[in-house]
Design a binder for this molecule. Structure first.
Ligand code: FAD
Length: 390
């Protein structure tokens, strides 16, 4: 069977969605976002307005109040918010990872409990997989869930979990013991934030963002049987189902930022004159910006491909494409932001233009949710068939 033909540009619906989100985001803009970020406050107004308009749950099933579209549409929403200077990190986590995992694998009661809130933005869910002693090696995670009667007892530590202070619950990746083989295997648990034994502390980060990162201590956290998402045997599948949307959305996150930085740099280069013509007329300024524009557009194309494969249900092909898209977007975005800062000279580092903070923001796209080295490992092994070194 040949793969379905997919458009290289927006469908009419995506185009309308893009235009509408861009108009909303323009009303808030970079200055609003920076003000909130510097104050360490969530961007509640923008989040609620986007939620009311149905943008935040656009990928979730209509039966639970979502828009019934796909990750491609949610990526459009995030990219446009970022392009206006308002990249909402929690969109990657709450509707994309948690919403996808619960809608694909949750039991009916779990879907009824969590999806309507995730779809209308009134519920926010964080996602915790990274551990201090495991890092990129997620096979090494040691957070364990043990049975205690019908309940579960969850114990372990997590790091860098984004946005717990803004979240109602966290979807944690843990491991349970296989009754037959005694081996530990992954399982996902929804843990409401106020559950006794669940503690979290902010990690001081050099990021200017409305979302904070936290370390988490789980000490015999008692959870009811239905905290386990789906059944005990589908943990690995659930994890993979969440990872592709996470990578596609991280690509959209960094691409939005790159577009914002390039737009700012281009308007500056058109007017700033220190000799007898605008600096944008010098090829030393124009060519690197043109190069960045090409790289960003290529990464957008790859991100679209990954989203289309994912939304068409081809998880395997989407895996490779999502990794490549996240890599390409992270690299293109770091270069675009760096070049934008350079284009503005001293103004590239002022708070007025708000570009310098984007240097660390785009750097996140090279490290999280999976580092660029781990993507290169993936492509080397899976695409090129090379042996692995670790
Ligand atoms: C802003 C931010 C937000 C985050 N949000 C979340 C979140 O919400 N939830 C969550 O669970 N996690 C989150 N993370 C964590 C993120 O996913 C991890 O930082 C990332 O997976 C890398 O893990 P690590 O930091 O432990 O690095 P390490 O695994 O210690 O890696 C360090 C370096 O070694 C390299 N390396 C490791 N192994 C290999 C290898 N085999 N071959 C080549 N190079 C290798 C890596 O590429 C990296 O450059 C966030 C991180 C940041 C910075």
């Amino acid at each position: 069977m040949s793969a379905p033909l997919t458009p290289l540009t927006d469908t009419e619906d995506q185009h309308d969605l893009r235009t509408a989100v861009a108009a909303l985001a323009a009303r808030y803009g970079r200055e609003y976002f920076q003000r909130k970020a510097r104050a360490g406050e969530p961007v509640r107004e923008l989040w609620s307005e986007a939620a009311k308009l149905g943008y935040l749950g656009v990928n979730l099933p209509t039966a639970y109040g979502g828009g019934g579209a796909g990750i491609g549409e949610l990526a459009v929403v995030l990219e446009e918010l970022g392009a206006a200077g308002c990249p909402l990190l929690m969109l990657i986590v709450s509707p994309a990872i948690c919403g996808t995992v619960i809608s694909r694998f949750g039991t009916d009661p779990q879907k009824r409990r969590w999806l309507p809130g995730l779809a209308d933005g009134s519920t926010v869910m964080a996602f915790g997989i990274t551990e201090p002693d495991a890092g990129s090696n997620s096979h090494q995670i040691s957070t364990v869930a043990r049975r205690d009667g019908d309940d579960w007892l969850l114990t372990g530590r997590k790091v860098f979990v984004s946005g717990i202070d803004q979240a109602d619950a966290v979807l944690f990746v843990a491991r349970t013991e296989d009754a037959r083989t005694g081996k530990l295997k992954p399982a996902l648990f929804v843990v409401p934030r106020e559950t006794p034994g669940f503690e979290y502390r902010p990690i001081p980060m050099e990021l200017t963002a409305p979302e904070k990162q936290f370390q988490v201590f789980l000490d015999d956290v008692r959870l009811p049987a239905d905290a386990l998402v789906g059944d005990q045997d589908s943990g690995l599948l659930q994890l993979f189902a969440g990872l592709n949307p996470e990578r596609i959305m991280t690509a959209a996150f960094t691409l939005g930022i790159a577009r914002h930085a390039l737009d700012t740099a281009v308007s500056y280069a058109r007017t700033r004159t220190v000799w007898d013509r605008p600096i944008g007329a010098h090829q030393g300024i124009a060519h690197p910006l043109a190069q960045c524009a090409i790289e960003v557009e290529l990464a957008r194309l790859m991100t679209r491909k990954a989203a289309q494969l994912y939304d068409a249900g081809d998880d395997l092909a989407a895996g490779e494409a999502a990794n490549m898209a996240k890599y390409a977007a992270g690299e293109a975005s770091c270069r675009a932001v760096d070049q934008a800062v350079q284009t503005l000279g001293g103004n590239g580092l002022t708070q007025e233009y708000g570009l310098a903070a984007l240097i660390t923001a785009t750097r996140v796209g090279r490290v999280a949710p999976v580092s660029r080295e781990m993507i290169l490992n993936y492509v080397a092994q899976h695409t090129l068939g090379l042996p692995r070194s670790y």
